[in-house]
Design a protein around this ligand. Structure first.
Ligand code: NAD
Ligand code: LMR
Length: 338
């Protein structure tokens, strides 16, 4: 018991929000694309998460080194590396949560949609394997363009007869992380206390932060809200340009991915009131997929929450984003069915 307590105070405080480790059930998490820019720090953060028992690190190359490295960290979970398609089944078998940061990132001048041609095929192949080896897992889709890769995954699962809309999530947590950081800076409030829902999708104007609902409240001018909105929408591009050809957000994304996977695990484990924004199948608007606040539970999505009251500026943003988001969703569906 003493050992368990020591463990949970020394190495797991990063993501450990008041959860007795004695009660934690066995959970396997698989990371697909684990040797990449996001995959490596995400593997590290998942290794620090006390809710994880088995951590499967899969990539088409370089996973033995990443797995050996991460496995030396003295936290609870057992780490195994899997490399190449022939090992994908073993990586996935028994997984409760599968996180997918596999695929190419943007370079300056590209949109996320420019990644479609390569990443759509990668995601489709990985989802075929998920349907076969761990059809009940919660899938956390990070690969871009998220607005299309999530619909692709849903179609692959439908075809396989395994689709459960409660178990498929587009990870939009980084938009929330950015909105919180930028808002705290402008409003001069403690960043750790800030909450801002971000709805819509995950690309440009489809990212709609709802600063009118931000807490703690601050009386920001309309111009400030507009500038914060634009910065949140362009946050990914800000990083892509700063990295100047060496990829897109990896460290902040790993953090965001770890927060979201932790929320999924907490939900599975029966922790009450776990709410995060995510791009999910939705009837909140007329679009078939939409990001909004989602309550997580023992089966994945427990409740897709509504948008709440919007300012006129946000209402306008919502109408503006719908055509682009719908086109990206339809592009994904069409690809998966061709
Ligand atoms: P990266 O190139 O550094 O890493 C990608 C990894 O995927 C590589 O290790 C590669 O070997 C692996 N990979 C390629 N094909 C694979 C396959 N079939 N199976 C398993 N692994 C495979 O890229 P990155 O910076 O880690 O970004 C990965 C993806 O995440 C990109 O599409 C990027 O746009 C996206 N992304 C999304 C968000 C978000 O908020 N959702 C944020 C940042 C990046
Ligand atoms: C992000 O928001 O950082 C990611 O979607 C990566 C990108 O291409 O911007």
């Amino acid at each position: 018991v003493i050992k368990t307590l020591n463990n949970s105070t020394s190495s797991s405080h990063l993501l450990h929000r008041g959860y007795g480790s004695e009660a934690v059930p066995h959970r396997k998490v698989a990371v697909l694309g684990a040797a990449g820019g996001i995959g490596q720090p995400l593997a590290l953060l998942m290794k620090l998460n006390p809710l994880v028992s088995d951590l499967a690190l899969y990539d088409i190359a370089n996973t033995p080194g990443v797995a050996a490295d991460v496995s030396h960290i003295n936290t609870k979970s057992e780490v195994k590396g899997y490399m190449g398609e022939e090992e994908l089944g073993k990586a996935l078998e028994g997984s409760d949560v599968v996180i997918i940061p596999a695929g190419v990132p943007r370079k300056p001048g590209m949109t996320r949609d420019d990644l479609f041609n390569i990443n759509a095929g990668i995601v489709k192949g990985l989802c075929d394997a998920i349907a076969k080896y761990c059809p009940n897992a919660l899938v956390n889709m990070i690969s871009n363009p998220v607005n299309s890769t999530v619909p692709i995954a849903s179609e692959v699962f439908k075809k396989a007869g395994t689709y459960d809309e409660k178990k498929l999530f587009g990870v939009t947590t980084l938009d929330v992380v950015r909105a919180k950081t930028f808002y705290a800076g402008k409003a001069k409030v403690p960043v750790t206390e800030v909450n801002v829902p971000v709805v819509g999708g995950h690309a440009g104007i489809t990212i709609l932060p709802l600063f009118s609902q931000a807490t703690p409240k601050a009386n920001l001018a309309d111009e400030d809200i507009q500038a914060l909105t634009k910065r949140t929408q362009d946050g990914g591009t800000e990083v892509v340009e700063a990295k100047a050809g060496k990829g897109s957000a990896t460290l902040s994304m790993a953090y965001a991915g770890a927060i979201f996977a932790d929320a999924c695990l907490k939900g599975l484990n029966g922790v009450a009131d776990v709410v995060e924004c995510s791009f999910v199948q939705s009837s909140v608007t007329e679009l078939p997929f939409f990001a909004s606040k989602v309550r997580l539970g023992k089966n994945g999505v427990e409740e897709v929450m509504g948008l709440g009251a919007l300012s006129d500026y946000e209402k306008e943003g919502l109408e503006k984003l719908k055509p682009e988001l719908l086109a990206s969703i339809e592009k994904g569906i069409k690809f998966a069915n061709k």
